[in-house]
Design a protein around this ligand. Structure first.
Ligand code: HEC
Length: 144
């Protein structure tokens, strides 16, 4: 019974996550590579960023609180605004981040749980605070 549930759950995530990415994110990030000088690319970048605890934490904050201001990503400069996805459930955000982290990172991709997202909700912040968190992160582990 438990095994059937776990398998069904994994299967559900595999079909649900790409659909959720497409509904919520692709309007801006397109196929995951954004748009040069307009929207930062995320496929192939989120997995490596999520590998450190500070990077993992940062990504949860981007989804919950947005990101506003000047950044360098994938060798290009961006100065735009990412909206908050606070309205989505912990499960939805965890599924979407896990899906995005696994793109172009076939093995050993970090994962996100609903508990990670719930922990992020416990410390409200602004999109500008998230920019500062990124700047600090970038000094420890360059965000490329
Ligand atoms: C309305 C447009 C828009 C939507 C929708 C959107 N994003 Fe973003 N996202 C952006 C912009 C713009 C940036 C870069 C912000 C900046 O330039 O400061 C960004 C940045 C990011 C970053 C940080 C990248 C980095 O280098 O630090 C991640 C991660 C991210 N988005 C993931 C997502 C995910 C996952 C979704 C879907 C749930 C999503 N975004 C939906 C516009 C959007």
């Amino acid at each position: 019974m438990v095994v059937a549930f776990v398998v069904a759950h994994a299967w559900e995530n595999r079909i649900q996550a790409p659909r959720e990415y497409s509904n919520e994110c692709s309007i801006c990030h397109h196929g995951g590579h954004g748009q040069v000088s307009e929207i930062a690319p995320i496929f192939g970048r989120v997995g490596p960023i999520a590998q450190t605890p500070a990077g993992h934490h940062y990504l949860v904050d981007v989804l919950l609180y947005g990101l506003d201001g000047s950044i360098t990503a994938g060798g290009a400069h961006y100065n735009n605004s990412m909206p908050s996805f606070h309205r989505l459930s912990d499960d939805e955000i965890a599924r979407i981040l896990t899906f995005v982290a696994s793109q172009e990172m076939p093995s050993g991709a970090p994962t996100f749980t609903a508990a990670d997202i719930a922990a992020g909700r416990a410390h409200p912040m602004s999109a500008t605070d998230v920019l500062q968190e990124r700047q600090k992160l970038d000094l420890q582990t360059p965000v490329q």
